[in-house]
Design a protein around this ligand. Structure first.
Ligand code: B12
Ligand code: SF4
Length: 498
């Protein structure tokens, strides 16, 4: 069977870089293992029109990924697919997985969407493929409508799937189990991507071309539930691959694919200290530690002792992020971060003592924030002095506790899902005294106060990477003074392209 996996176009209103979609790379890998012929169409880097791609490849099944700001573009993409070919269309990804807000049904109400996969996709995707394939064998000239016929009800027992039968009825099957043995998964199928068209993962090592920059996932899930974090995909159950399994993939990335940097995308890689120690030892023993790697997504500060970080540094860890979020002692309790400021201070000290570069993630405009607490966040960022401070505008994603708080006591300023980006200068909600004006003022102030310090500037210009990316860095610095173009312009551009 021929299956196409699509990443709908959604470039952020910032100078973002592109990287292959790891979720689609996993889905492509399990489809290939099933015996399918697979193609990935990533609209962010593709120059072939979608309709042409579809007629050339003639897929029997299409899967489209969607996070929240991407979902409308996913619907438009689905409409294009259905216009060209009468084949089943499956949506998956973080947005459509939020059942508390019926977001699976929201997508199924779009005429071209037939099925939605909620949460981790590999299992249900293969189960859907098996059924479509079996149907196809009986009816080689099948239509999506025949496949979704209510009397057939072909997908009634596929776990973690929501679907629409031909009579327009929406169905939601129960959740399936999470993948218990991550070692059973194949490696992400990077060969399905036009790697030379990508840049690298933000904010990873600069100036490494996309075809030499790779991501890896050594664990899935996170046992914490911070109030602002969108955790619709990965369940609370944290699971890890064995060090042996990770090392095999790492070796493949370095030796076979020539990786010059590796971004570890785990939500919380350091939940089990001994596992990371083992991984570090194995990277050293297997002489894989010459390629720098980065914890892109942050590790838990309460589990980052000096001994562990020193070993990780020896194993090639170049840079790590920590989710700090707020500089206010009360706010950090309110957001269920389960870490205190002294622990965070110590984690940054440990990382620096181990010679590891640091990234701090901070949020401006958490519910309950005031001018004073947001100033404390800026001051704390300056005190911690990471190499990169990433201030995000609080964006209440559906399915999070913050979303509920805003629904109950605030006012959303977002007009539609396409506004759900947080590296923008626009406030996404207001609540009590926390006005949009105040959030936007503090957001700009955060970037100005952190980045326009003589100490920071001196350190930045002494780095080789800074000069390699000079024009990009100047552009970013300029944007801390001059506001970016309006989001509506971006939306118009996307719609025009669609
Ligand atoms: C790396 C990353 C990025 C990278 C690269 C994104 C990319 N190309 O994949 C960058 C930095 C560019 C990025 C940007 C953004 N990101 Co991001 N990102 C991540 C991160 C840390 C890892 C993604 C990943 O590889 N996961 C592992 C893979 C295996 O999982 P997956 O991609 O979700 O795919 C699985 C399932 O979702 C499902 N699935 C996905 N698609 C499909 C399709 C089909 C057909 C099927 C059947 C199944 C399926 O099956 C897959 C395999 O199990 C996640 C956190 C996380 N834990 O996932 C956040 C995360 C996805 N990002 C998030 C957000 C908010 C953003 C931004 C909107 C932030 C912003 N700047 O405003 C942008 C949007 C960018 C864009 N163009 O769309 C949120 C999404 C929340 C939401 N409701 O949408 C997450 C969940 C973080 C969080 N916890 O809040 N991100
Ligand atoms: S912010 Fe980090 S620690 Fe908190 S729930 Fe999300 S992934 Fe887990």
């Amino acid at each position: 069977m021929r299956v196409a996996l699509i990443n709908p176009k959604f470039r952020l209103p910032i100078d973002t870089r592109t990287s292959p979609h790891l979720g689609l790379a996993y889905l492509g890998a399990v489809s290939e293992r099933r015996g399918d012929e697979v193609r990935v169409y990533d609209a962010d880097i593709e120059d072939q029109p979608l309709a042409e791609f579809l007629h050339e490849f003639k897929p029997h099944l299409v899967g489209i990924t969607a996070n929240t700001p991407q979902v409308k573009q996913a619907w438009r993409t689905a409409a294009t697919v259905k216009r060209e070919l009468d084949i089943p269309i499956v949506l998956g990804g973080p947005h459509v997985s939020v059942v508390t807000e019926d977001l699976d049904f929201e997508s199924l109400r779009q005429p071209p969407v037939d099925l939605v996969v909620r949460g981790e996709g590999e299992g249900p995707w293969i189960e859907i493929s098996n059924r479509v394939d079996a149907f196809l064998r009986d009816q080689p000239h099948f239509s999506a409508q025949a496949l979704m016929a209510p009397d057939l009800d072909l997908f009634r027992d596929v776990k973690s799937v929501s679907y629409k039968t031909g009579d327009g009825q929406l169905h939601r099957n129960p959740d399936g189990p999470v993948i218990a043995d991550l070692d059973s998964l194949p490696w992400p199928a990077y060969h399905l991507f036009k790697m030379e068209r990508y840049t690298n993962l933000q904010p990873a090592t600069d100036a490494v071309p996309g075809e030499r920059s790779f991501s890896i996932l050594t664990s899935r899930g996170c046992p914490y539930r911070c109030t602002f974090c969108s955790q619709s995909i990965m369940p609370i159950k944290w699971r890890a691959r064995s060090p042996e399994n990770v090392i095999e993939e790492w070796r493949h990335l370095v030796r076979d694919l020539g990786a010059l940097e590796i971004g570890v995308l785990d939500d919380s890689a350091n939940i089990r200290r001994n596992r990371l120690m083992r991984l570090a030892d194995d990277l050293i023993a297997n002489k894989l530690n010459h390629v720098p790697w980065i914890f892109v997504n942050g590790i838990r500060a309460n589990l980052a002792d000096l001994e562990l970080l020193t070993r990780l540094k020896q194993a090639g860890l170049k840079r790590t992020a920590f989710g700090v979020e707020t500089g206010d002692e009360q706010m950090i309790i309110k957001i269920d971060k389960h870490v205190d400021h002294n622990t965070i201070r110590q984690a940054f000290k440990n990382a620096k003592a181990a010679g590891i570069e640091t990234i701090g993630f901070f949020i401006i405009g958490l519910p309950g924030d005031t001018r004073e607490t947001m100033q404390k966040t800026i001051d704390f960022a300056i005190e911690l002095d990471p190499m990169i401070a990433n201030f995000s505008m609080m964006t209440p994603y559906p399915g999070t506790i913050v979303y509920e708080q805003v629904k109950q006591g605030g006012r959303f300023l977002v007009q539609d899902w396409e506004d759900y980006v947080f590296f923008d200068q626009k406030a996404r909600y207001e609540m009590g005294d926390l006005t949009a004006e105040l959030m936007e003022e503090m957001y700009r102030k955060a970037y100005r106060q952190f980045y326009w310090r003589p100490k920071y500037i001196m350190r930045a210009i002494s780095r080789k990477d800074f000069w390699l990316n000079f024009s990009r860095n100047v552009r970013l610095a300029w944007r801390t003074i001059v506001p970016r173009k309006e989001k509506t312009e971006l939306r118009r551009a996307i719609e025009a392209a669609a």
